[in-house]
Design a binder for this molecule. Structure first.
Ligand SMILES: [Fe+2]
Ligand SMILES: [Fe+2]
Length: 186
């Protein structure tokens, strides 16, 4: 049987990956066919796989995933407002993916072992590509529309992300402390 805090955190990761897959799946459906739609399709397929990896990881640890009502994205989008155009969609994605990367890298560096370390390593490889393609797409939009709208959207979502991370750190501080995972908010 694994530690209760770790059980909760891995279940939270899994719920967030499912929400990510659904979010990017809807974006892919809305985009017109082309290179970006291909990338977003690969992206939502990756996030769905990540949910599966966490389910497998929990099984390897001998537990079933916990049913959790809320994912990071739900809170984050409620805080910042749903994105309404492509710049906002990519900005929200960039900020969110950077948050995920920091969280997973910090978790791995905190001394994760066995299936947890393997799963984190595997997912981090995909997350690098997510950040890369979104950065490239945002750069192309900035060349088309100027830096200002891109910077404004990024700043708005970064502020929302910092607020949500702060709230969650306060709510779940005991669990994260038990896992030596309390970190900086940005
Ligand atoms: Fe993911
Ligand atoms: Fe991702």
């Amino acid at each position: 049987m694994i530690d209760a805090s770790l059980h909760w955190l891995l279940s939270y990761y899994r719920t967030s990956e499912i929400s990510g897959a659904l979010f990017f799946g809807q974006i892919a459906r809305r985009l017109k066919p082309g290179a970006l739609q291909q990338d977003v399709t690969r992206h939502f397929a990756d996030e769905a796989q990540h949910a599966r990896y966490w389910t497998d990881c929990l099984a390897a640890l001998g537990v079933a995933p916990l049913k959790l009502g809320e994912a990071y994205q739900d809170r984050y989008l409620a805080e910042a407002g749903a994105p309404v155009n492509l710049i906002e969609i990519l900005a929200v994605t960039q900020v969110f993916e950077q948050r995920v990367m920091r969280q997973y890298a910090a978790h791995l560096a905190s001394g994760a072992e066995g299936p947890v370390a393997e799963t984190l390593g595997r997912i981090i490889d995909d997350e690098r590509w997510h950040i890369h393609y979104v950065r490239r797409a945002l750069k192309a939009l900035a060349e088309q529309h100027g830096d200002a709208p891109v910077e404004t959207a990024l700043a708005r979502y970064r502020a929302a992300d910092a607020r949500v991370f702060e709230e969650l750190s306060l709510e779940h501080g005991d669990r994260l402390e038990a896992l030596a995972l309390t970190g900086e908010s940005s």
